[in-house]
Design a protein around this ligand. Structure first.
Ligand code: 26W
Length: 803
């Protein structure tokens, strides 16, 4: 096949032909959406040979299957063009044709198949493994509706469906011939013949057909194309009508209908369990089928395959593998268990207890009868093992067993059934090993390990920050793209005035771009020379957007009552982006509060030269591409010990923002890398939080009484200070803070106010600030997912690179 991307001319011709032939129109009559589809189609064809070849080369190699309920991919077009190395040619051709490549890129919908950190991490991992030529493939669900679209109406969040698939999804390939029937419900019959051989029958099952759609993941200029496999639920031919086909259709369609918009809270809904089993089982069975075809046996499975589970959501892989080995392959239990344990690796992303998944037996048993009995048997044997070691009534048995009080503890199953368990930042792993999962760590001393998260610098710098890319090119060259540790080369330039100036210009340009977008979409005008102070992440109490909001009220109060403050306060723009789970009442109140504050301060002509607040609507991956490069200050202010890692912190840092944050998650590692002068740390550390919690001695009301600033703010929440809301609007927020304050907002408030004041002052020393900004980029190379993936491979996966 000739390469149409060799130069602009040949591409132009091919592109025009493609458009005209597909739509039977003249090129001049085509619209941007058609142009986007034509471009996507041509690119997909272009990489198809590499895709096929990658599959061939990998066929008999050890591979990793990364199972994740979420892949928050965002738009793929730009990334694909860049990684395939054809971006410049296309851009040139489009210019010749009078087309704007940006406009066409924007026609792609944002693939929001994830909630937040965990899903975006999976997407960054996919980009890195392809760039590193590691044979790693994703498995997920092809949700018809991704993460909801957020609108702000009267200050409140309102959710709308995200119809990302409404038209054609150019990148996917449907593989009907690889569909797999998945049984739900029914009952199990066991038959033992004269020789003692066990046969398991699943009777009256309701089958659902899982159909895979493959999406190519293009490596950075290396001819590698991996696969992200998305499973869709469809009616199965094996389903014999047991009455009510309409019901059957309706129910099964729901399985891949929608992404659950909850993170960090365990909803325990049957539909979510169906989703988990559907993609876990379909994924594993497809891999097994391929493996058997190649080797005729599963005895060598653990040499050839790793099933990596992204949090506990795909843990059912463990009993499913056991089912296949024992029931279908007639393997002895012990041998099957040996293989299974050596095939599975587990990553934990949270220690919040409400986020640790537990399934009630009464839900799981009827839905997945065989999976349940296998899980019971895994638990029975494990308990015997524990009792033999610790005694029948030992606390270790109670703590580590998988099934207790009518619930199946998925994290326990994942730990017992895997060969590796990792946390996602050093502090997080230390807490898992030393506190939350200490008993397990004592029992399996070599199983737990740390793999600090990362981000793909190809999306978060190369694609999102052209001015920074150009500075890097002129200072350290282009080596950083292949090896981000080379960013350290920037350290030579920290005092170079001309480079400082370019950093200043880069930030200004990125801030202008964001300000322009915000003005266009929401009509709020921001001054690009003000400090852009940004907090974007899911809305959660532990992330403390509320503390940020209360601090804005404090600044406003100071500006109003103490005009002298204005003389040394650099204008400050506070920008928020966050989605709340639709059922999370308190989080939604916080959104309303932020918007109410914005309404008040933005419209006060007395102060609005100094202070602006914006809550950006519908924060998503595409939005983040404009936001990350535009920050001066990166807000990472979770209650210490609660944020497993954070990854937004890394994106901001790489783009030269300075972190204001607690010693939580990966902030700890950021602080170690940049040193105390180049980060603003405040608040209690993890140990202090843990011991304050344990002591039960915290009384937020004392702080209200002692600190007049806190008192003023809390009173303003309900005393008519806000014009357009009833006085009780924020009553729950006030009461929550005074009576519980579970996440120590008031406790850390003083220290946060001081940290903010320090940051504002620091910013005014331009040269020093720019130096810190450059140091942050220079030290951020560690946080590339290329490094993270190399570590997973070195310590867990042990894959050979392709070629
Ligand atoms: C059962 C409901 C549920 C759904 C999703 C519970 C927990 C989750 C995720 C594990 C939540 C999540 O996204 N955790 C985030 O993972 C990121 C990637 O490792 C970390 O950077 C964040 O700190 C962590 O909150």
């Amino acid at each position: 096949m000739t390469n149409i991307f060799t130069n602009a001319k040949t591409f132009e011709q091919a592109f025009v032909t493609q458009l005209e032939n597909t739509y039977a129109i003249d090129f001049k009559d085509s619209n941007a959406y058609q142009q986007y589809l034509a471009l996507g189609t041509l690119l997909k064809e272009h990489i198809s040979t590499d895709w096929k070849n990658t599959n061939k080369i990998e066929a008999d190699k050890r591979q990793v299957y990364y199972f994740s309920m979420e892949f928050l991919m965002g738009r793929m077009i730009t990334n694909n063009l860049m990684n395939a190395g054809v971006y410049d040619v296309v851009k040139e051709a489009f210019t010749n044709l009078g087309l704007d490549i940006n406009e066409i890129e924007h026609k792609e919908t944002d693939a929001g198949l994830g909630n937040g950190g965990l899903g975006r991490l999976a997407a960054c991992f996919m980009d890195s493994v392809a760039a590193l030529a590691l044979p790693v493939h994703g498995n997920c669900i092809r949700y018809r509706y991704g993460f909801f679209k957020q609108k702000i109406e009267n200050g409140y969040q309102v959710e709308y469906p995200d119809r990302w698939l409404k038209d054609i999804h150019v990148w996917e390939v449907r593989r009907d011939e690889e569909a797999i029937d998945i049984p739900f419900y029914g009952h199990i019959e066991l038959h033992v013949d004269e020789k003692g051989k066990l046969t398991v029958y699943h009777k009256n099952a309701e089958y659902v057909k899982a159909v895979p759609y493959d999406v190519p993941i293009i490596g950075y200029k290396n001819e590698v194309v991996n696969t992200l496999r998305l499973w869709s639920a469809e009616p199965s031919d094996r389903y014999e009508n047991q009455g009510g086909t309409f019901e059957y259709h309706k129910k099964l369609r729901q399985i891949s209908e929608m992404l659950y918009p909850n993170d960090e809270t365990d909803e325990g809904k049957i539909l979510r369990l169906k989703q988990q089993y559907l993609f876990s089982s379909a994924g594993v069975n497809a891999i097994i089928r391929k493996h058997k075809k190649l080797y005729g046996t599963l005895e060598n499975l653990s040499e050839k395959a790793v099933f990596h589970i992204n949090d506990t959501h795909p843990t059912l892989i463990i009993p499913e593998l056991m089912r296949i080995l024992v029931d279908e392959e007639n393997m002895e239990w012990e041998k099957a268990w040996e293989i299974t344990r050596h095939c599975v690796a587990y990553t934990n992303h949270t220690i919040l207890s409400e986020a640790l998944e537990k399934w009630p037996i009464r839900l799981l048993q009827p839905l997945l009868p065989r999976i349940y009995t296998i899980t019971e048997e895994i638990n029975r044997r494990f308990e015997l093992e524990l009792k033999a070691k610790f005694g029948d009534y030992a606390k270790q048995v109670e703590e580590m067993c998988i099934i207790k009080n009518g619930m199946i503890h998925m994290a326990n199953l994942a730990i017992v059934g895997s060969f590796s368990v990792n946390g996602v930042a050093q502090l997080h792993t230390d807490i898992l090993k030393g506190i939350e999962m200490k008993t397990f760590n004592d029992y399996y001393p070599n199983k737990f390990n740390n793999k600090t998260n990362g981000i793909t610098h190809r999306r978060w710098v190369l694609q999102s920050n052209p001015e920074l890319v150009s500075i890097l090119k002129d200072t350290i060259g282009e080596g950083w793209i292949k090896d981000t540790t080379k960013l350290e080369g920037l350290l030579k330039f920290v005092d170079d005035k001309s480079i400082q100036k370019r950093y200043d210009e880069m930030k200004l340009a990125r801030k202008q771009a964001l300000a322009k977008k915000i003005f266009k979409e929401q009509g709020v005008e921001l001054d690009p020379t003000s400090i852009f102070d940004i907090q974007v992440k899911r809305l959660h109490e532990y992330k403390r957007q509320l503390m940020n909001a209360l601090h804005i009220m404090h600044i406003y109060n100071e500006l109003k009552t103490n005009p002298e403050v204005r003389n040394h306060f650099h204008p400050h723009s506070f920008i928020f982006g966050a989605k709340a789970a639709p059922t999370y009442y308190f989080a939604k109140k916080v959104i309303k509060l932020i918007n109410t504050i914005a309404d008040k301060v933005n419209n006060d002509p007395d102060t609005n030269k100094f202070l602006k607040v914006v809550f950006v609507e519908d924060y998503n991956v595409t939005y983040a591409e404009t936001i990350m490069p535009a920050a001066d200050l990166s807000e990472q202010i979770s209650t210490a010990s609660k944020e497993a890692s954070g990854t937004g912190n890394m994106k901001f840092m790489m783009n030269g923002a300075i972190t204001i944050g607690t010693l939580d998650g990966a902030n700890v590692e950021i602080a170690e890398l940049v040193g105390n002068d180049n980060i603003v740390i405040f608040g209690m550390n993890a140990e202090e939080v843990t011991s304050l919690m344990a002591s039960h001695s915290y009384n937020p009301y004392d702080l209200y009484e002692k600190d007049p600033h806190i008192k003023r703010i809390l009173d303003q929440l309900t005393n008519g200070f806000f014009d357009n809301v009833p006085n009780h609007e924020f009553e729950e927020i006030r009461r929550n803070l005074l009576e519980r304050d579970t996440y120590f907002v008031l406790k850390d408030f003083r220290s946060y106010v001081m940290a903010q004041a320090k940051a504002n002052k620091m910013y005014q020393n331009r040269s020093e600030w720019l130096k810190k900004s450059i140091i942050n980029t220079a030290k951020s190379g560690f946080f590339s997912t290329d490094r993270t993936m190399e570590e997973y491979n070195r310590d867990i996966w042990h894959l050979e690179k392709i070629k």
